[in-house]
Design a protein around this ligand. Structure first.
Ligand SMILES: [Zn+2]
Length: 373
């Protein structure tokens, strides 16, 4: 402290002391008030004087705190708490969850909040990329080769390719009256595959050829053909496309999407999150286990909601369960499946489960959380 400051401090103290002395002389009974006043004034003065003396130091400290509080690099982790990968979006399907725990409102709120937050975080990058991802929320649209004639097959294509005797037309009578409500989690037909439940590393199955290069789990070819034949009897022509996709192709599609978003200025995490909305995360697609089939008709080849209003879409929605297939991503269950309504995507679960799921108007996630033991 320099001499000037010391002088100021002493002068202030002297002034206070002389004031209090005068006060105490006049009001002897209230002298304790004077002493308290003197002590508090000197204390406050010392504190203020301390800050005054270190003004530069405190100003720089305040600037640093202000900088960190407002800079995006500091704010980002705070904003993205709980976002992480999209796998956090829906976790109602958990073996330990009871049916009551699957509250539509709660799930819905979570989805909206988190997806909005995710988009908010990345709003400063190329918005056309985000729009594109939102437009193609149905992974099938981005992944399927549904417009490539080489990747499609009608019933006639299949029968011609395999020879009529392989899949003889027969009146398939399907038992839908079994009424089973016991479903075992070890049943291969029931395997649950989604973002929260990736395909197990040790999952094994045999691919069978439907026609040309179209393949799927060999165990579902017969029910699939039975379904196509039944549809034809009712005057509905079904065309299957994109049944089995291998991991390499799924990974390639996904990585390409991530790369594109990163080229648009996103960080890897943001690009990964956004890509997972448009393309199924590798290892989380039912197409990879050969149990899912995309079905269109010769009059309507777009993979969009409109397919649900076609004769084929309506026939499938009403009859597919009889052959063991379910409409995997139904309308109204988007907040649980976290996939938009896909009237063309069918999944084989076996006749018992498909009948049960269809009668109870539930999706596979709900079925698992309540009925699969
Ligand atoms: Zn599909």
């Amino acid at each position: 402290m320099n001499a000037g400051n010391l002088q100021k401090k002493l002068t202030f103290k002297q002034k206070v002391v002389s004031k209090v002395e005068k006060f105490n002389r006049k009001h002897k009974r209230l002298s304790f008030l004077g002493i308290a006043y003197a002590l508090s004034m000197i204390f406050c003065y010392n504190v203020l004087f301390y800050f005054y003396r270190n003004a530069k130091r405190f100003t720089s400290l305040a600037c640093i705190v202000l900088f960190f509080a407002t800079s995006s690099s500091f704010a980002y982790p705070t904003m993205s708490v709980g976002i992480s990968f999209a796998t956090q979006v829906n976790t109602p399907v958990n073996d330990s969850l009871s049916s009551e725990a699957v509250s539509d409102t709660v799930i819905s709120d979570t989805v909206v909040t988190e997806s909005d937050a995710r988009l908010a975080v990345i709003e400063d990058v190329d918005t056309s990329l985000i729009e594109e991802a939102k437009d193609s929320e149905n992974p099938d649209v981005a992944e399927a080769e549904h417009l490539d004639p080489q990747k499609q097959a009608s019933l006639d294509d299949i029968l011609n390719a395999t020879g009529d005797d392989s899949y003889e037309e027969e009146d398939s009578t399907v038992d839908t009256e079994s009424g089973t409500t016991e479903f075992n989690s070890d049943d291969w037909k029931l395997i649950l595959v989604n973002k929260q439940h990736p395909i197990p590393d040790d999952y094994e199955f045999h691919l069978g050829t439907i026609s040309g290069n179209l393949r799927c789990d060999e165990r579902i070819i017969t029910p699939l053909l039975d379904m196509m034949k039944a549809a034809r009897k009712d005057g509905v022509s079904l065309i299957i496309c994109s049944p089995y996709r291998d991991m390499d192709r799924q990974t390639m599609l996904f990585n390409n999407k991530v790369k594109r978003y990163m080229e648009g200025g996103m960080s890897y995490m943001d690009a990964f999150n956004l890509a997972s909305q448009a393309v199924t995360v590798p290892g989380a697609s039912e197409h990879q286990i050969g149990l899912a089939i995309d079905i269109i008709s010769d009059g309507y080849s777009s993979l969009d909601e409109g397919f649900g209003n076609t004769a084929a879409g309506k026939w499938l929605a009403a009859n597919s369960y009889k052959y063991g297939f379910i409409l995997r991503y139904p309308k109204g269950k988007e907040d649980i499946t976290s996939i938009e309504f896909e009237p063309w995507h069918f999944r084989y679960v076996g006749v018992d489960a498909a009948t049960f799921i269809s009668e109870n108007d539930i999706c596979l996630e709900e079925f698992w959380s309540i009925y699969v033991k």
